[in-house]
Design a protein around this ligand. Sequence first.
Ligand SMILES: [Fe+2]
Length: 612
Amino acid sequence: MLILGLSAYYHDSAAALVRDGEIVAAAQEERFSRIKHDARFPGDALRYCLAEGHVQPSDLDYAVFYEKPFLKFDRLFETYMAFAPRGFTSFATALPLWLTEKLFQKSMLVRELRRVAPTSLVDWDERLLFSEHHLSHAASAFFPSPFERAAVLTMDGVGEWTTTSVAVGAGNELKVHKEVQFPHSLGLLYSAFTYYTGFKVNSGEYKVMGLAPYGEPRYAQRIRDHLIDIREDGSFRLDMQYFNYCTGLTMTSERFHELFEGPPRQPETRLTQRDMDLAASIQVVTEEVVSNLARNVASETGERDLCLAGGVALNCVANGRLLRERTFDRIWIQPAAGDAGGAVGAALAVCHLTKGQPRRVPWPDGMRGSFLGPQYCQEDIETRLTAAKATFTVLSEDELIDRCARALAGGKALGWHQGRMEFGPRALGGRSIVGDPRSPTMQKTLNLKIKYRESFRPFAPSVLSEHVNKWFDLDQDSPYMLLVADVHEEKRMAMSDTERALFGIDRLNIPRSAIPAVTHVDYSARIQTVHRETNPRYYALIERFNALTGCPVLVNTSFNVRGEPIVCTPEDAFRCFMGTELDMLAVGNCLLDKADQEPSLAARYERSFGLD
Ligand SMILES: [Fe+2]
């Protein structure tokens, strides 16, 4: 049975192809269109998925959309009624868009699907199905997990009505036990603070999480006292007087601004200690809510293992805390936890729940390391790079690994484009920029000269899986960079009293460990364990770097500049390489040195992308 999953029209459109319960391909539209968080119909991602699976549109049994448009319209309408006349502004703004596009989403989807296969005689009116938003998230969390049975927790901003759901998965079944509904939403609460601290909603949440360790949670009690009522049963309610997302076009209300003594920070202005304290405060409260929910889920369901998805599951600091609290024996998190992953979940939900197809429990999981996107053969890479006027050397795998590892040990920054592209927001060694984590200047160089992004933002380590517990306080796999743990005590450096007294970002430049480029100011790190089975070439690179330096860790950040989607093709990689201060680039078996390239091909191209 062949099922196509689709998510679109909100943010992060994506397509996924599932064959007999196995995920064959999945990709976000932004990687092809080069527009970050592209929300349009994922036509290119869909065409890629069909090509990857050698499938014609007429071979598809079903196409399934990741949410139910009518239920979503129902929420908008009822919210308007509940808050009328105050809600009229937001309703009147949303209505024309909903009437012309979203309410007629089915016919729009059918039209788009027909465009992909103009000659085939598929009756899409019959083959197009809809899954509920949180059921799509839950299915994406449970079915690809390595568990026969597990509790499933999904948390995000909002889908149709639901903002949080608890389900239990067993075999090929998945049953929802309870839900929290709009407007009470942990994701929207976090987004309110994202907006208030001057970042973009739906993409800047990651920055708030990265900013939190620079601050003190001195507003946490105020949040608990006024904004959110955290209940014994794990649920929560927000006091809507402080928020504007039901009635206006901003996240926070005047009353919120009074409570925190000031207006929202203007984007791109200087960050102050207050912003960092606000970030620390919302982070702490979010962790409390998640941990309280998880404890309730454990006692109510009696399950030993937990699966997570929904945008809030990308909060790897909260995930790390869940793990340390040992409420569950094991935790598995869908790497594409946001709405892109809904495409995979929707397809799996139809496969197992609607059609009753059996489920084989996958090992190590069903996501193949999240390497579900396009790859390019060596011949194709050479043709493409030649056409782009690149100068490169073709090496054997062994020579390539050796030259790259030596360059990294010598302090060079390397672009690494290998195998299939990752599905989900993180680069995991398929489309990555890598560097030496021991270098005290690497964080600054990567942030300011290569990624052109804010200097406070931390970088993540990739560590060989066998070595993780010697370098970090973590003794389990974290293949998708979704768990935060501290750098191991033995690898830390003590701070002097004067250094400890420094506030906020001033603390950034003090070397805090043997791997300062990936050690955050509170000694934490967002860890990716690298496994030989799912990522052999990246594993070999780190292994060789370890042989040269005694350090089985690399800095790993996504291959893009600020505001740009992660690179997809060899040409994208070459353009980013030439437009930044990257020193070397490895694409397949081709190695490129910046010094050998034609200087006129260099362009300051970071300006071609809007700020994220
Ligand atoms: Fe969602």
